[in-house]
Design a protein around this ligand. Structure first.
Ligand code: TYM
Length: 337
């Protein structure tokens, strides 16, 4: 047992590489928070399959996502880094929570509505509909107090809070009510070609998506081609200069510098110089991560061993909460054999 605050977050293994928004909006924050907190980080493969995935690719992407967590600085001996499906309690608690979630309540989730539109109503499944309930189960199983995520997950954490409070009031104190931890400045990183839309793994075109594992030359080219404006001034103005504001945000976080010091440095120098500087910072950060990921992937048995060990640690915590919740609801305890 530890008296550190419990923290929970996760990412979907839904692409061969994480994108810059995942790195800045989530991973960087996780890395900072893991030291002072008792952190659980999952690779949410059960969430990923709520839209169609190729099985071989899903397996490979799950290992690749784990390798990216580690290469980006998540320490699997200090934090618990595991694959969601390795801990069956997630699916089991999700079922209990499904039974107290309103149909209307789930229908109001904006990510569900967006994804339904994107994938077309024929391929929208009950799994996709129940996605946020599974996410609530993830968080509640670990008594997490803090959930570091990007802005797009705020509504899901709100639902988690509602479900926890509802369960507690119906069945007695069982779950800790969690809180989203969203860093305002970096809560939403935008697509470089379309700087009013969120950067996303599932964007239609990848021209404005920076992948953590891309070749540095590809990344640099995408940054040099980022959409800006005709004004020419390197000034942070989200409303009128969304492209430049996005580049400055990324630069500021990745170089650990203030926006105003960047505005000063690039005043009068134009966007080409700003982009060149940013490309150096991004490739300088992602280059070593990429190399470390390739090293980790070269030894899948070791990676699997690590994930199994961490899943055991996660299951120990999760099973206690699940047993408590089953009991509260009135499910008959399974006789010991
Ligand atoms: P996923 O895989 O879509 O995203 C992982 C994390 O990256 C953040 N993010 C961004 N942040 C800033 N700008 C962006 N452009 C950007 N794109 C993505 C997301 O907000 C997220 O924090 N449902 C979750 C996965 C999940 C989860 C959980 C998270 C499942 N169970 C329990 C926390 C707790 C998701 O969509 O991840």
């Amino acid at each position: 047992m530890t008296d550190k605050t419990r923290l929970y977050s996760g990412m979907q293994p839904s692409a061969e590489s994480l994108q810059l928004g995942n790195y800045i909006g989530a991973l960087l924050n996780w890395k900072k928070l893991q030291e002072a907190n008792d952190a659980f980080f999952s690779i949410v493969d059960l969430h990923a399959i709520t839209v169609a995935q190729d099985p071989a690719l899903l397996r490979s992407n799950t290992r690749r996502t784990a390798a990216q967590y580690i290469a980006a600085g998540i320490d699997p001996s200090a934090s618990t880094l595991y694959v969601q499906s390795h801990v069956p309690a997630h699916a089991e608690l999700a079922w209990l929570l499904n039974t107290i979630t309103g149909f209307g309540e789930a229908s109001r989730m904006t990510q569900f509505k967006d994804k339904s539109l994107r994938h077309g109503s024929d391929s929208v499944t009950v799994g996709l509909f129940a996605y946020p309930v599974l996410m609530a189960a993830d968080i509640l199983l670990y008594d997490a107090k803090i959930v570091p995520v990007g802005e797009d997950q705020r509504q899901h954490v709100e639902l988690t809070r509602d479900l926890a409070a509802r369960f507690n009031s119906r069945f007695g104190e069982t779950f800790v009510i969690p809180e989203a931890d969203i860093v305002k400045e970096t809560a939403k990183i935008y697509d470089l070609q379309n700087p009013t839309s969120k950067m996303s793994k599932s964007a239609e075109s990848h021209a404005g998506v920076i992948w953590v594992l891309d070749e540095p030359s590809v990344t640099a080219k995408k940054i040099m081609r980022a959409v800006t404006d005709a004004d020419g001034g390197v000034v942070f103005d989200r409303e009128n200069k969304p492209g430049v504001a996005n580049l400055l945000t990324i630069y500021s976080v990745m170089a650990n510098r203030s926006i105003s010091s960047l505005e000063d440095e690039y005043a009068g120098r134009g966007y080409g110089d700003l982009k060149k500087g940013l490309a150096e910072v991004v490739t300088g950060t992602f280059g070593p991560i990429r190399e470390r990921v390739l090293e980790l992937l070269a030894d899948p048995a070791e990676l699997d061993r690590l994930l199994a060990q961490n899943a055991d640690r996660a299951a120990e915590v999760a099973n206690v909460t699940l047993a408590k919740a089953y009991d509260r609801v009135g499910l008959l305890p399974r006789p010991r054999r």
